[in-house]
Design a protein around this ligand. Sequence first.
Ligand code: ADP
Ligand code: MG
Length: 609
Amino acid sequence: MTPAGGARVSIAALRLVVRAAPGWLIAHVALTLAGALLPVAVALLTKLTLDELGGARSHGDLPVLAAALAVLGLLATALPELDQYVRAEQERTAALVAQEQLFLAVDRIVGLRPFEDPRFLDRLRLAQQSGGNTPSGLVDGWLSIARGVLTAAGFLGALLVLSPVMTGIIVASMVPALIAERALARRRAAMIWANSPTERREMLYGFLLVDARAAQEVRLFGIGAFLRGRMLAARRVTDSEHRRQDRRELRYQSGLGLLSAMVAGGGLVFAIFGAKAGTLTIGDVALFVATVGGVQGALHTVVRSLARVHQERLNFEHYLGVTSAAADLPVAADAWTLAPLRNGIELRDVWFRYTPDGPWVLRGVDLVIPHGTSVALVGRNGAGKSTLVKLLCRLYDPTRGSISWDGTDIRDVDPAVLRRRIGAVFQEFVRYDLTGAENIALGDLTRIAERDALVDAARTAGVHEALAALPKGYDTLLSRSFYDEQDDEDVGGMLSGGQWQRIALARCLLRHDRDLLILDEPSSGLDAEAEHEIHDRISRLRSGRTSLLISHRLGAIRSADRIVVLDDGRITEAGSHSALLARNGSYARLFRLQAAGYRDTPVPAAPLS
Ligand code: ADP
Ligand code: MG
């Protein structure tokens, strides 16, 4: 980090804290500065008092001096306590804002790519780890430096009068400490960054060991020891890195400690001999002793705080890296509206790959989804079907080619507006640790209070009975990870995989008024009877609507207006069910194979496409 870059980062942190907690910051600064000058004032008053007692001055001021010393003593105990409270309050207030900004930035990410970028994930973790305390930490680090400098300057000013030589020696003795601490801080920051992927892996293994969904496989396959071994191995790697850094710091710090002890000892001898020779008063000796200790303490604070500032600055750089990242996908600023679909959606020569040097997943796909028709997409695992769905939702942009909505390139549309027009059940849908009603309402949060609409969606998806039978009906928490907050009772409900799939479908159905309905293998977790029934419902729902259905159960999609076969990223066949059967290509082959599976007498398996 260049000094200019470092200053920019510190200023950004200061700006955040000033905006979030101006009052608390001012109070913290005032208390810090008062705390900085307090020891100097105590040392000076002590010297004056001792000089009066030693007869170097008249006794008239003694009661005043004693009273002042008592007040300062009181302040010396009260100020740090007060400052600690004020600082904590300032930190909390700023941290809340910092966390909000961080997660706002994460929410602003348009597509999925950053979530698949390990470097971004490391950065996000480091930005998140400090719990938003980094900006305050940075400001506080600078304040400690100011405080140390102020205390040291006060003491040194007093010492300069007594002995310019000693002043010079003390200052010079701190230079190696400054240099060493800076280098140590840089190393520590580099170590933390280098350790980040290993720490994330450790967390991942730990998570698998306690995750309820992983528990059955972990037990059946007996992989607990394997995962634990990997978790601990990762921990040992980062531990040894930490140990090496700690030892390095111990070596440096012992050396530096020895140096300052020698300077302090030398100074003391010098002062005692000065007093004996009559060049210094007893008060001077007391001031001298206080100064050597005070300056060393203060400069030590400065050195330590510089290291801390360096560290926090690097943490905050990660934070800024996330909050001020350039948009991951270009978002047109001027096209904020999108008229309801009238003509259709068109993919024109769409090529796509997930990484710049990865394999092509889609290779020149031309596909029209006319308004009001149902299109079915079939193809083997890995053919690129789910990828195509993600491109339609603009979770990625095509590497080449374009997707248009009534002729408007979807890259020119606000992604949020586009997505509001789409209802989807993804192949990898999410099971939220929320109530049944909430799990459905997430499809359209504006209707969260419309219980009838939620029940309707649940009925159509065929999950109403299951939800109604739960201990608290739709308001049952669909999780065993949490207590019910209201009555502190363990009344969580567990659903089967197929029931969860229906919940996901109900969530999508709540958006049935959307222009485009996407169903990516919505029935893969269902039994044959349920599948038939769901497909019946879906096709009734789809009629007259624009929809894209992906299923490997060909019986379910034979009624689609248009069936498209995707093979290895290319469209190889397209047409109605009867047209494709007449064509006698791979669809026809696959359809006959599946149909044979339902007949009584097995026929020899035909080769797959
Ligand atoms: P389908 O839904 O037809 O089974 P997908 O569209 O899910 O296939 O996947 C198509 C290809 O893209 C597969 O080879 C898969 O490995 C790859 N793929 C899918 N998702 C990602 C991803 N996030 N990053 C990299 N490759 C991916
Ligand atoms: Mg898929």
